[in-house]
Design a protein around this ligand. Structure first.
Ligand code: ADP
Ligand code: MG
Length: 220
């Protein structure tokens, strides 16, 4: 069975004549390494929002290992996402005033009564793995490349089987971008996660095994 099966997915926003996204059929194998490319406004972020359950599927089906996100209400969809998806956003979404370590732990702190034993150690191990020298450093004092590394560590803490990154190298210089791309690929390899990366960066896209090219919301 494919890890992901999309059927008849359509997303419309008020005021847009055309659907922002129209994907009759798409399948991905578990462990796939996929780039989503295309010009600005072509629907990359909209697609990632549908695949990760950030937005509700109103038309069509998005099924991961047989779980159709279209059939889940908001609460179950949030729980499904917390259990299965690690998200790396373009602009990091780190909280200033909190340390790198506390930023990595924050989603788990918010979704549980208490942190499971060993999770803080695991977060420190991940920060070390992504190459952050001091886990106590405050988020706002990090370089952009370091912030993106913290965001990668945070996405991985819950050991997601689906790792999704939205233009993870777009706001980084070439060197920091290459380092973050190395990390995403290495960590996805280590965990066997399915990796989906929206990117304009041909060097990053070239390192993934499959490219989905979007144009005006359609796969070409
Ligand atoms: N919340 C929204 N409301 C209205 N239109 C939106 C919304 N989000 C995205 N769009 C439109 O949908 C299209 C696809 O956007 P997006 O998925 O963000 O593209 P990309 O990530 O490829 O730059 C664009 O035309 C954008 O303006
Ligand atoms: Mg986008």
């Amino acid at each position: 069975m494919a890890a992901l099966e999309v059927r008849d997915l359509e997303v419309r926003f008020a005021g847009l004549g055309q659907p922002a996204l129209a994907i009759p059929e798409l399948e991905l194998e578990a462990g796939a390494r996929v780039a989503v490319t295309g010009p600005s406004g072509c629907g990359k972020t909209t697609l990632l929002n549908m695949l990760t359950g950030l937005e509700c599927v109103r038309h069509g089906h998005v099924a991961w290992a047989g779980t159709d996100l279209a059939s889940l209400g908001e609460g179950p969809r949030d729980r499904w996402r917390a259990a299965h998806v690690g998200l790396v956003m373009q602009d990091f979404h780190l909280f200033p005033g909190l340390s790198a370590l506390d930023n990595v732990l924050l989603p788990q702190r918010l979704s549980r009564w208490r942190l499971p034993a060993g999770l803080a150690d695991e977060a420190r191990r991940l920060l070390d793995r992504v190459g952050l020298p001091d886990p106590r450093q405050k988020a706002e004092t990090l370089s952009r490349g370091q912030m993106q590394r913290v965001a990668v560590a945070r996405a991985l803490l819950a050991r997601p089987d689906i790792l999704v990154a939205d233009e993870p190298t777009a706001s980084l210089d070439a060197e920091a971008g290459a380092a973050v791309a190395d990390l995403l690929l290495a960590l996805a390899d280590e965990t066997g996660a399915t990796l989906i990366v929206a990117t304009h960066d041909p060097r990053l896209a070239g390192r993934l095994t499959r490219t989905l090219r979007l144009d005006a919301g359609r796969l070409i």
